[in-house]
Design a protein around this ligand. Structure first.
Ligand SMILES: Cc1cc2nc3c(=O)[nH]c(=O)nc-3n(C[C@H](O)[C@H](O)[C@H](O)COP(=O)(O)OP(=O)(O)OC[C@H]3O[C@@H](n4cnc5c(N)ncnc54)[C@H](O)[C@@H]3O)c2cc1C
Ligand code: SF4
Length: 323
């Protein structure tokens, strides 16, 4: 690892000024320090800011309209244990509670979890320079692609692996950057859209963008998150699914279903959300929604198993939303 300076800031503008041209913001360091040890990135300054939303570093704020504000510095453990999050956005509490291991959850922050980089084996190998690292070839397409995407808008098939992104997409949440859009919120779709179109991008954040907070609207009273992994602890999802909506008179309204680990962005199909509107969530309905969501999937040599896995997960998640 190269030598670097460590700076603590007290406000987002101070952090942005301290970062300079080749600095990085530091959350819990789970992702960033791993990349630095492998010389995938070599920043000269790390800037830490523990309290970007003054006084709200460790607790979600519930607003009178039922929405939530979460500081980007909240840890996975704090989100999972938060009574406000469990009440207003149970899918998010569950997604955070499934991240890695207790040790990881105790330090990994919401901002860092959302902005973590690709886990593709080729990307993480110091000696391999694949397309995402600035090379010319995506080695995974003809090589090891068991954990990679069923959908992509570009040559790179590395999927989004952030648990919280999947729950937040289903909940219709938005992120706020201090120095982007005049502080106007950005949807989760927009946060990852660049990774869909540009093989070099992990997300749509520009260098230096500082993620301050996440806003979760209070419009959906029910939400569920489920994932399937090879190991119970210390592992990423093979496929994850979150669903959110309102149940009135036994029918679903305002449904949103999002999947992780199958696309560079949380995979959501508007036609499926619209199809679900006003329907009772029975076996036939949830199976048709799953068909719509997975239509057009393009499995590669080793990841075809994700199609039936995702189909089952969507059905189970939607049925659980109803229970
Ligand atoms: C064994 C293992 C298993 C794991 N399993 C899972 C899993 O199941 N699900 C899952 O979602 N994740 C999993 N992870 C990944 C882990 O959750 C992430 O690495 C972690 O959440 C990153 O958060 P952090 O605060 O440590 O980020 P950091 O490593 O500090 O930062 C990550 C990136 O975000 C940037 N960043 C940090 N804060 C900000 C900010 N405020 N504004 C702008 N940029 C910022 C950093 O510069 C860096 O590029 C696993 C990791 C390991 C090692
Ligand atoms: S999937 Fe993306 S990260 Fe993996 S080898 Fe291909 S270009 Fe690189």
């Amino acid at each position: 690892m190269n030598s670097f300076r460590y700076i603590t800031a007290t406000t987002p503008p101070e952090a942005i000024a301290a970062r300079g041209a080749n600095g990085r913001y530091l959350g819990g360091g789970i992702d960033l320090l791993g990349e630095m040890k492998e010389y995938i990135v070599s920043p000269d300054i790390l800037v830490a800011l523990r309290d970007p939303v003054p006084g709200q570093a460790h607790a979600a704020t519930a607003l009178p309209d039922g929405s939530l504000i979460l500081s980007g510095a909240m840890t996975m453990a704090e989100i999972a244990a938060s009574p406000e999050v469990q009440r207003a956005a149970p899918a998010l509490a569950a997604a955070a509670g499934e991240v890695g291991s207790p040790q990881i959850r105790n330090v990994a922050t919401l901002a860092g979890n959302l902005l973590q980089h690709s886990r593709c084996w080729y990307y993480r190998q110091p000696d391999v320079v694949c397309l995402k690292r600035g090379g010319t070839v995506c080695y995974a397409r003809e090589g090891e692609n068991k954990y990679l995407s069923l959908f992509s808008g570009c040559e790179c098939i590395s999927p989004v692996v952030s648990n919280t992104s999947v729950a937040l997409a289903a909940l219709g949440a938005q992120v706020v950057f201090a120095n982007r859009n005049d502080g106007q919120p950005m949807s989760i779709h927009d946060l990852y859209h660049q990774a869909w179109t540009d093989p070099h991008a992990h997300n749509s954040a520009h260098p230096g963008d500082y993620l301050v907070s996440v806003q979760v609207p209070g419009r959906r009273s029910r939400s569920v998150y489920r994932q399937v992994s090879e190991r119970r602890e210390f592992d990423w999802a093979l496929v994850s699914c979150a669903a959110a909506g309102n149940i009135r008179d036994g029918k679903i309204h305002d449904a949103r279903v999002a999947l992780g680990a199958i696309s560079p962005l949380p995979h959501m199909v508007t036609a499926a959300n619209e199809y679900l509107e006003g329907k009772a969530l029975d076996e036939t309905t949830v199976a048709h929604a799953a068909d719509l969501i997975l239509q057009g999937a393009k499995p590669l040599a080793q990841n075809g198993y994700k199609v039936p896995l995702a189909h089952t997960l969507i059905r189970r998640t939607l049925l659980e939303l109803n229970s």
